[in-house]
Design a protein around this ligand. Structure first.
Ligand code: NAD
Length: 494
């Protein structure tokens, strides 16, 4: 077993006060790293240090271009170490190496983007309404927390850390207990890039212990959370007690719609990528597939054939399209959904089982699975499975299709495949989703806001104004009148 790694508390690398625990590689269940969990006491220490650190002149008073310089250095260090980080993330959560390389590149791009946002953010002079000048300015909120899930570590962490640092905040980063390594590396990179001591802390550990302590701490001014809807709701309740803003990126059950005029080659590839990349462990997975009745049979034949040909295997191999699932308990939960689908009257067209032999017997692999014969009311169509399970639903009437697509507690994303631009515009406008992809799926750009509707979340991340999520708006009035107010007329007669 490897040595116990330190964690990053208030600018010091040391053991947390919690249990020593091991993280494991999902492809073969070997130990990845041993580290200590942070406790509520560690959280208090980190938050107190952060509260002092963000007020110091070396962080509070530096100019936007200087802060941007630090963010550029972080981006540069991520790029210098990109292969290292990609391999680390592959072991951390078992994603194929091609995916983790892309995530690392996107994390570097996120820091670069928010460096630019920081350097170019303008404050405004508002229109005069009297003998005064009015300004609307933005101040850093202070200590903010970023709480992230296990499915895309470095990308979801960068998505919060970069805008928060760009805003001038101090950040308490709390990665998922089982995938802490990339967050800790980001802590090291921030330190190397010149982020002052105490401005960033990284506290791995249990959500119910260290996560809860962070959320409830009076000095934490905002929490940016990505994770499950149930956790997000609990967190929002705790935040309401403190009247603290939260941004919540939560679960999804996204519809993908194929129209009768779709380019079938593009649609088949896009649907497969939309649901089966990241082994379906993706909030935006296109897990409900609506195919027009006219082409349903032909489309499904192509899709099922292509599903069976997907390369499930060793995450090290650049040809691998689907790696293992995150853990044995998560695979068990997916298996119970597959059993449920059969009980609900569904028929399996592909997958529905574990692959066997060699590496397959050591890790948490599961075959990409396609169901038909279920209605949109089935639990398989209403609940987030967070795994490689697709349900196909034929449709005929556009209004009915939209009603079914919107009949979900979630509203994170949607996909449309059609050659008809007017129809794409019309349908995309009517879908209740934070993001709709047209003739593509699961593309991401840091310059474009992202977030969910309904139980998929609150608030938006990314985009140039994503930096404002970590700032308080403040108004300044400068009196310009040459004469004093008529309130202290010393010597005047009453
Ligand atoms: P989770 O909700 O169990 O955990 C997310 C994070 O919250 C972890 O760091 C966890 O330790 C922490 N946490 C748990 N309980 C807490 C508490 N009481 N107080 C504070 N923090 C607490 O989610 P998960 O299983 O790690 O991730 C999967 C979920 O994340 C899925 O539902 C998925 O859809 C969602 N997700 C959403 C997005 C998005 O952008 N919308 C992206 C990725 C994942």
């Amino acid at each position: 077993m490897s040595d116990v790694q330190p964690i990053f508390i208030g600018g010091e690398w040391r053991a947390g006060r919690g249990k020593v625990y091991a993280t494991r590689y999902p492809a073969d269940d070997t130990v990845n790293a041993e580290l200590t969990a942070a406790t509520a006491e560690d959280a208090n220490e980190a938050i107190e240090a952060a509260d002092a650190a963000w007020r110091r002149p070396n962080w509070r008073d530096i100019k936007p271009h200087e802060r941007a310089g630090i963010l550029h250095r972080i981006a540069g260090l991520i790029r210098e170490r990109s292969e290292d980080l990609a391999q680390m993330q592959r072991r951390d959560n078992g994603k194929p190496i091609t995916e983790t390389r892309a995530l690392v590149a996107s994390a570097a791009g996120t820091f670069q983007f928010f460096a630019a946002a920081c350097e170019t953010l303008e404050e405004t002079i508002t229109p005069p309404r009297g003998d005064f000048l009015t300004f609307s300015i933005n101040d850093p909120m202070g200590v903010v927390a970023a709480i992230t899930p296990w499915n895309s570590p470095i990308a979801s962490e960068a998505q919060k850390l970069a805008p928060a640092l760009a805003a001038g905040c101090a950040v308490i980063l709390k990665p998922a207990e089982i995938t802490p390594l990339l967050a800790l590396e980001l802590g090291r990179i921030c330190e190397q890039a010149g982020v002052p001591k105490g401005v960033v802390s990284v506290l791995p550990g249990k959500g119910s212990i260290v996560g809860d302590a962070i959320v409830r701490h009076p000095k934490v001014r905002k929490v940016a959370f990505t994770g499950g809807t149930t956790t997000g709701r609990a967190l929002a309740h705790a935040a309401a007690e403190k009247l603290m803003p939260v941004s919540l990126e939560l679960g999804g059950k996204s519809p993908t719609i194929v129209f009768e005029d779709a380019d079938i080659d593009h649609a088949v590839a896009g649907v497969l990528f939309g649901i089966f990349s990241s082994s379906g462990e993706s909030c935006i997975a296109g897990s409900r597939l609506f195919v027009h009745k006219k082409i349903h049979k032909e489309f499904m034949q192509r899709l099922v054939e292509a599903t069976k040909a997907l390369r499930v295997g060793d995450p090290v191999d650049v040809k691998t399209q689907m790696g293992p699932l995150i853990s044995s308990s998560h695979r068990a939960s997916i298996e119970s959904y597959v059993e449920l689908g059969l009980k609900e009257g569904g028929k399996i067209l592909a997958g529905g089982t574990r692959p066997t032999g060699g590496l397959y017997d050591k890790g948490w692999f599961y075959l990409p699975t396609v169901f038909e014969g279920l209605s949109n009311n089935a639990r398989l169509c209403q609940e987030e499975i967070f795994g490689p399970v697709l349900v196909t639903l034929p449709w005929e009437d556009e209004d009915d299709l939209i009603a079914q697509a919107n009949d979900s507690v979630y509203g994170l994303a949607a996909g449309l495949w059609t050659r008809d631009f007017r129809r794409a515009w019309r349908v995309a406008r009517r879908l209740e989703a934070g993001t709709a992809w047209i003739n593509t799926y699961k593309l991401f750009s840091v310059s474009t806001p992202f977030g969910g509707l309904k139980e998929s979340g609150l608030g938006r991340e990314k985009g140039r104004l994503g930096i404002l999520q970590y700032m308080d708006q403040k108004s300044l009035y400068f009196g310009m009148n040459e004469n004093p107010l008529p309130w202290a007329e010393v010597g005047s007669k009453h």
